[in-house]
Design a protein around this ligand. Structure first.
Ligand code: NAD
Ligand code: MG
Length: 359
């Protein structure tokens, strides 16, 4: 097992990464503050991993809450049922909430923990690759609003994150690849060595080799932890984690939510950002080819949906959170392994990318 630390002063916390971690009770127990524990999960994950987790907690007063599975349930209404459960169980301020699931459960469980009696302890047990390398680390929690994704939330850090590579065995191939898009992102924005390692080890990752997966999770978390420690609330370098996301969000919306998984849209969007970085004179054509090849190797799409027009992209990209005064801002690459902070791009270059890349 590897232990990393997210260095956030008094709120610093460990990320445990390895195999067989759900069967090691000591990992949980040192982070649980009282006898009251609520495990929040969904019906898919409960069928697979709830019992193994409950087995480690037999001498606690454990309650579990099984939510319906799906992004459409990441809402204030569902959140309310978590509070109902905590209150009905008469759980107090020193209770601990364990979020067992993918990013939806982690975001919602974390936000419930942040709000219940103004904050109780929580533990993240991420069960998708995306959650292990991205959403469980960094303290962004929240739910969706009918008018916008992740619009209601809080920064709230967990007591610890337990990333067990074994749980990825049951994840479907498409979800695994979607998580790999964010993994590749870390190499691109700040870690050329990791990027090269990914080029050489993609087959092992797709074959779910546990050593390879644990290494990829570790390197991803090392990179994310550094960024979060430097810029917890996203006033600077944390924005580089949005590489490919301005294009990607436009694709998610433009193609109808649910058509592409987030990681799939990010893969396409990152290729577009790479193309734009080449037009700026920073990446070479060979760099762009290398980036596209790695996403393809990870079985991710790299071509924007044919039906989306340049005008539609521009319209959707104009609503991004990074924009200032209506000017579209994107994260671009100076080289493979070095991203720049959000920059205003000349609309002529952006249009060239949107008109030409993958068309
Ligand atoms: P998800 O939570 O919906 O999980 C994907 C699917 O996999 C679900 O059907 C889930 O039930 C299933 N699943 C989970 N673990 C499984 C396992 N081990 N075996 C089999 N099936 C399993 O989606 P996700 O991709 O994990 O997370 C997406 C969410 O994360 C979005 O809501 C997004 O906004 C959020 N997110 C948050 C942050 C952050 O910083 N907080 C970052 C990125 C994404
Ligand atoms: Mg993302």
């Amino acid at each position: 097992m590897k232990t990393l630390t997210v260095e956030l002063g008094a709120r610093r916390y460990p990320i445990y990464i390895g195999s067989g971690l759900l069967a090691q009770p000591d990992i949980f127990r040192q982070h649980i503050k009282s006898t009251q524990v609520l495990v929040v999960t969904n019906d898919t994950v409960a069928a697979l991993y709830l019992q193994p987790v409950l087995n480690q907690l037999q001498d606690y007063r454990v309650e579990s809450l099984i939510l319906p599975d799906g992004e459409q349930f990441k809402t204030l209404d569902t959140l309310s049922t978590v509070f109902d459960k905590l209150l009905a169980a008469k759980f107090s301020r020193n209770a601990t909430l364990i979020a067992l699931g993918g990013g939806v459960i982690g975001d919602m469980g974390g936000f419930a923990a942040a709000c219940y009696q103004r904050g109780i302890a929580f533990i993240q047990i991420p069960t998708t690759l995306l959650a292990q390398v991205d959403s469980s680390v960094g303290g962004k929690t929240g739910v969706n609003h009918p008018l916008g994704k992740n619009m209601i939330g809080a920064f709230y850090q967990p007591q610890c994150v337990i990333a067990d590579a074994d749980v990825l065995d049951t994840l479907d191939d498409r979800q695994l690849s979607a998580g790999l898009a964010e993994v590749i992102k870390y190499g691109l924005i700040r870690d050329i060595e990791f990027f090269v390692w990914l080029e050489n080890n993609m087959e092992a990752l797709l074959a779910r080799d546990k050593t390879a997966l644990a290494y990829a999770i570790e390197q991803s978390c090392v990179n994310k932890a550094h960024i979060v420690a430097e810029d917890e609330t996203e006033s600077g370098v944390r924005a580089t984690l949005n590489l490919g996301h301005t294009f990607g969000h436009a694709i998610e919306t433009g193609s109808g939510y649910g058509h592409y998984l987030h990681g799939e849209a990010v893969a396409i969007g990152t290729c577009q950002a790479a193309d734009l970085s080449r037009r700026k004179g920073w990446l070479t054509e060979a760099d762009v080819d290398r980036i596209i090849s790695l996403f393809m190797k990870a079985r991710l799409p790299v071509i924007p949906p044919a039906q989306m027009t340049t005008e539609q992209f521009l319209e959707l990209m104009a609503v991004d959170k990074k924009n200032v005064d209506g000017q579209i801002r994107v994260i671009l690459l100076k080289t493979i392994g070095a991203a720049l902070l959000p920059i205003d791009v000349e609309s002529s270059l952006l249009q060239q990318t949107l008109n030409s890349y993958g068309r």
